[in-house]
Design a protein around this ligand. Structure first.
Ligand code: NA7
Length: 531
């Protein structure tokens, strides 16, 4: 058994910063990581084409001006190996590894009411006892593999994009299937298509994807960013999404047709998620949303040579942004290759896996390799797989039976001294995660330091405060089109998962202010107890 002040679960972007920050403030920290090394998301997702679709100069830590000055990103959108190298650099630079137990998965997290301590059990038998528990377990960390009939019968190789072998996969000359067309599939398909003899892409729902227009970053550009990095970081913190996008103040309906097209073309040429923000009302008004959605469809039609394939690739019937918009390099153009084929699973669903491949309603396919790009049990999946029990035996599974929730998206009621970095009810996945993670870690660390300084041993969100907060989250989401799609935001991608929309959409700037106000009022909404 190990004893610590704070146990941190996870050693990705969030866990690494939590270890650093807590240690800086004099806490004894023990961290637990399921992977063999640091990196979290960027440790596991090693599929070809994997990269972040927030610009690298913004998707990075801002807590140390020296760190941001010394690191040089090579591309506008950093590829996975570079982000992983960056996180390794951070772990080395701040000597974070010595606190981390690697290759160790948390299986139970129990609050001992009498001792007022968390007991964290792991699959290696190691137990950690700590006063505080920080869950830095990520929002997309439990891969989802659909349970197709006969899936174990397939004799070829299978891979999930989020559990990719470290040595890579060589598809040369192979017959390959990719199932799933979210961000991971859309990034992997163009690269796999270049190697494979034949590639079949199985699509359930077509996604809206915009071009990355990725490019190398010049020394001049990096120097320019670095000269004003502090200012840029502050703007990100106060912004809506935590990143640099060029806003347009004119609502879609107020624009002439020419102005509308020009706003969208300009952002399409720049590339990245900014296309969605071509109008300030894209996510608030379905008509404005339709304008952008139709624009993306027109780009698909203009890119894909075969009109039937273009039609099948064109997303319809749901708002752009209500499923995570993808950012790609040559995704649609890949379907012009003669070794690539699209199968629309809505028309011909997968019936079973066979020893040699996949049988749909209508056709039998033979493959050497099948790639699952089928996403994650997002937001709540990872925490619900641990046996988490709070005060008086309250279980997280029961508490979240009608959807995941936490006061301010960080502190679940009934679980004293336990915090979730970018938890349900925070801006989390609808923001630049690097910005949201830093804000949460700093807020949590300040809260724990405050408690220590004031002599409080227990800090717990009240049920009331949590309920009010989640009502506010729902009310804000309700005036947008975000919750309207069948996305992993809502849990709709997982069979049987309860549907909810646990993401705060007031923007990261406003959210930061609300959290700061709670702290300034002596942690309003929390019960603070002395021993
Ligand atoms: P996503 O975005 O959840 O995409 C998963 C894809 O897999 C999506 O196209 C799904 O179709 C498809 N899928 C899931 N289950 C099935 C079944 N049973 N049959 C067929 N197809 C299926 O995950 P990603 O890994 O691509 O991206 C996750 C996030 O990482 C991304 O949003 C960024 O934030 C980074 P569906 O749309 O559900 O019909």
């Amino acid at each position: 058994m190990r004893d610590a002040d704070v146990v941190v679960v996870g050693a990705g972007f969030a866990g690494l910063y939590a270890i650093h920050k807590l240690r800086q403030q004099g806490f004894r920290v023990a961290a637990i990581e399921a992977g063999g090394d640091v990196g979290g998301t960027w440790y596991w997702n090693r599929y070809p084409g994997c990269r972040c679709d927030v610009e690298s100069v913004d998707y990075s830590y801002s807590f140390d001006p020296e760190l941001e000055q010394e690191w040089n990103w090579s591309e506008r959108y950093a590829p996975q190996p570079e982000i992983l190298a960056y996180l390794n650099h951070v772990a080395d630079r701040y000597d974070l590894r010595r606190e981390i137990l690697f290759n160790t998965r948390v299986i139970s997290v129990h609050f001992d009411d009498e001792a007022a301590r968390w007991r964290v059990g792991t699959d290696t038998g190691e137990e950690i006892v700590a006063q505080w528990c920080v869950m830095a377990t990520g929002c997309l960390s439990t891969p989802n593999t659909p349970g197709y009939p006969g899936i174990d019968r397939f004799a070829g190789a299978t891979y999930h994009t989020a559990q990719w072998p470290h040595e890579g996969v060589d598809f040369t000359g192979q017959r390959v299937a990719v199932i799933g067309t979210g961000s991971s599939g859309i990034q992997a398909v163009p690269i796999i298509a270049e190697q494979a003899a034949d590639l079949v892409v199985f699509q359930r729902t077509p996604n809206y994807s915009v071009p990355a227009q990725n490019q190398p970053l010049s020394d001049d550009y990096l120097a320019e960013v670095k000269a004003r990095y502090r200012e840029r970081r502050q703007q990100n913190r106060e912004s809506f999404l935590g990143m640099h996008l060029v806003p347009n103040d004119k609502a879609a309906a107020a624009c002439t047709e020419e102005e509308r097209v020009s706003a969208m073309e300009a952002r399409w040429a720049v590339g990245g998620l900014g296309v969605v923000g071509s109008f300030p009302d894209t996510m608030f008004d379905r008509k404005a949303n339709d304008v952008v959605a139709e624009f993306v469809r027109s780009k698909i039609r203009a890119t894909v040579g075969n009109p039937k394939v273009a039609e099948a690739l064109s997303p319809k019937g749901y708002a752009i942004g209500s499923k995570r918009v993808c950012v790609d390099t040559e995704y649609y153009a890949t379907f012009n290759r003669n070794n690539v084929r699209l199968v629309d699973l809505r028309a011909t669903p997968i019936e079973e896996f066979t020893e040699t491949g996949i049988r749909t309603a209508g056709e039998t396919f033979a493959f050497d390799t099948i790639v699952f790009a089928t996403g994650f049990d997002a937001i709540s999946g990872t925490l619900l797989r641990m046996d988490i029990r709070g005060r008086a035996g309250r279980t997280l599974r029961d508490e979240w039976a009608s959807g995941p929730k936490a006061y301010l998206g960080v502190a679940p009621a009934g679980f004293p001294n336990l915090f979730i970095v970018t938890g349900p009810g925070s801006p989390s996945v609808l923001s630049n995660m690097a910005v949201s993670i830093e804000q949460h870690v700093e807020w949590i660390t300040d809260c724990i330091s405050f408690a220590r300084h004031e002599g409080y041993s227990l800090v717990e969100a009240t049920d009331d405060a949590q309920e009010q907060w989640m009502m506010q989250v729902a009310a804000v989401a309700g005036v947008t089109v975000w919750p309207s799609g069948d996305s992993w935001y809502t849990g709709a991608n997982i069979d049987g998962k309860v549907r909810s929309f646990p993401i705060f959409l007031g923007g990261v700037g406003m959210y930061r202010q609300l959290c700061a106000d709670v702290a300034a009022k002596g942690y309003e909404g929390f019960t603070l107890n002395r021993p």
